[in-house]
Ligand binder design. Structure first.
Ligand code: FAD
Ligand code: MLT
Ligand code: ZN
Length: 529
């Protein structure tokens, strides 16, 4: 039973038992036909600068790596069925789809190096792929690029329990790393709903944010070193385990967030923080977005040193989660907004006292109208699964357009109402009317980081829907000096909109960096710049 914060006297409400792990993104690829969706994105034309694969190319790859790590269709001389490549060609949203006929799953850095050297010499385009949970069309081919999957590179190379520095292969799954360091008294510095599938290399390449960002900051801070294979096969061994190293340019930073366009990450050195001994989680029902902000301000004031997460979601998100997960709200009623507050520290009594005082103040001031405090680890997990289950629940509701933006907190939620009104004016959306092409417009996110996830759930991906909010969303964000990607990256989805967040001079220099590391542009072509 959750402890209710309203004088701790509300009737007990039992949540159905849904493990947090269940919400942690079991990867589901719906065949396009089943959802009736078609690609509604600009697919750039195939560049004829890239070679089309032949049987000779396949023979080369088979000579340098074990045959079970090479997956090729008959079109390029292999025996695999196209369906076997489906999971590598379609993205998590089932929005972006490529037509690769060859998937390579190397086991060593040396094999990655040989693959890239060959592809560079022969102008064969390559898409590096981790867990394929990316949300911007960056992890799947656009046309017939070779998929270079890191999933067979999943060894822990070393772990220093004193410093908490972990060195591992890029293909290690984030959740498995969390379990490994957890058994040794540490946690990973990042956590996100896709942890059960995403790789640490993919996290680094995407510069993923997630729910621990507020406390532990960005991967630009926690990644200490990388091993990267460049387009020509050169191995850049920068797998430092030093916290401080001021010897010249910090090249690894260029690869963090480069989305597979500058090199293939094969090894990662990352600092893992001490596991907090006291964790508290509360969920609040909040009447307005203004109150969401006021609660955040007060949470920082009263619990600043132990506050480790501050997330919010709106009523439409909550509705989707409750419909699609076996969860019940820990609160007694429905609210326009929900807030999840987490504290993490080393002194339970101290944290309990601080959080308790904060929650009571929020209730007394009318900033929160109801609240529930988790009483044990399983309740903490269920509260988190409510928040982390949002993307999957929206996906089950229908094809989802996702915008992932940084906007100043005071106006952060305004864009959700704005987009809903535009869709209503166009006759495409009416709240509660399931016959309209758009089913849901909703917002959630990492409000402590100024990061909103605006989602539009539709009947199908189609241009008449997209054109209502694209490029309008990007213009809106730029007019508030925000970022069109807070954490998901650019990929294919936003490559034509980079100018809304980067000046022409910045883009020109990004292109020069790309030319330097990958002069033949074989790495993840058509994406980012
Ligand atoms: P992929 O999706 O395979 O690839 C992502 C990008 O990195 C692609 O451009 C790919 O080419 C490149 N890449 C992958 N591996 C390598 C490599 N070894 N070397 C070079 N390039 C590589 N993101 C957040 O920031 N915060 C969140 O809270 C968050 N939550 C999510 C929740 C769900 C349910 C889902 C489905 C996604 C979420 N994401 C989130 C998006 C996504 O960025 C992360 O899931 C993750 O970081 C991607 O890792 P991956 O291994 O799946 O990479
Ligand atoms: C999240 O915060 O849940 C992720 O970034 C995924 C999403 O935006 O849906
Ligand atoms: Zn997010």
């Amino acid at each position: 039973m959750f402890a209710s914060i309203r004088s701790r006297c509300l009737p007990a409400r039992q949540l159905a038992s849904t493990a947090r792990a269940a919400a942690s993104c079991a990867r589901t690829v719906f065949p396009a036909s089943r959802l009736g969706c078609r690609a509604s994105y600009h697919k750039p034309a195939r560049s004829e600068a890239f070679k089309r694969l032949t049987k000779d190319d396949l023979a080369y790859f088979k000579a340098i790596m074990p045959s079970e790590t090479v997956l090729a269709t008959a079109q390029v001389g292999g025996t695999a069925d196209a369906i076997e490549l489906e999971g590598f060609n379609a993205d998590w949203l089932n929005k972006y789809r490529g037509d690769s006929q060859l998937v390579l799953r190397p086991k060593t850095t040396e094999q990655v190096s040989q693959i890239l050297q060959y592809c560079n010499t022969h102008r064969i385009a390559v898409v590096p792929q981790g867990g394929n949970t990316g949300l911007v069309g960056g992890s799947v081919p656009v046309h017939d690029e070779v998929v270079l999957s890191l999933r067979n590179m999943s060894k822990i190379r070393s772990y220093d329990e004193l410093s908490g520095i972990l060195v591992c292969d890029a293909g290690c799954v984030l959740e498995e790393l969390g379990n490994y360091v957890g058994e040794r008294g540490h946690i990973m510095p990042l956590d996100l709903g896709a942890k059960g599938s995403c790789h640490i290399g993919g996290n680094v390449a995407a510069n993923a944010g997630g729910i621990r960002f507020l406390r532990y900051g960005s991967l630009h801070g926690s990644v200490l070193g990388l091993e990267v294979v460049l387009a020509d096969g050169t191995v850049l061994d920068n797998l430092s385990t030093l916290r401080k190293d001021n010897t010249g340019y910090d090249l690894k930073q260029l690869f963090i967030g480069s989305e597979g366009t500058l090199g293939v990450v094969t090894g990662v050195s990352v600092a893992t923080p001490q596991k907090p001994s006291a964790v508290n989680v509360a969920v609040l029902g909040v009447p307005t977005y203004e109150c969401v902000q006021r609660a955040f301000k007060l949470a920082r004031k009263r619990c600043g040193e132990v506050l480790s997460a501050y997330e919010f979601w709106d009523a439409n998100c909550m509705g989707a989660v409750l419909r699609h997960h076996e969860l019940k709200s820990p609160l007694g009623a429905e609210f326009p907004f929900y807030v999840l507050i987490e504290t993490s520290g080393s002194n339970k009594e101290h944290d309990d006292e601080k959080l308790g005082a904060l929650l009571e103040e929020l209730m007394e001031e009318g900033i929160a109208e109801d609240g529930a405090l988790a009483q044990d680890d399983s309740q903490i997990a269920r509260m988190w699964s409510m928040r982390e289950g949002i993307p999957e629940s929206l996906g089950k509701t229908g094809p989802t357009y996702k915008y992932d933006v940084s906007i100043p907190i005071p106006v952060l939620y305004d864009i959700v109402g704005d987009i809903a009104r535009r869709l209503e004016t166009a006759g495409l959306y009416k709240p509660g009317d399931a016959t309209r092409p758009v089913k849901l417009v909703c917002g959630y996110g990492h409000i402590g980081d100024g990061n909103l996830h605006l989602n539009v759930v539709a009947e199908r991906f189609e241009d008449r829907v997209t054109e209502i909010f694209e490029p309008y969303v990007y213009e809106w964000v730029a007019s508030h000096r925000g970022s069109i990607s807070a954490e998901h990256g650019v990929g294919l989805m936003k490559r034509d909109y980079l100018r809304y967040s980067k000046s022409p001079e910045m883009i020109a220099y990004m292109k020069r960096v790309k030319d330097l590391f990958d002069p033949n542009h074989i790495l993840n072509p058509y994406k980012v710049v």
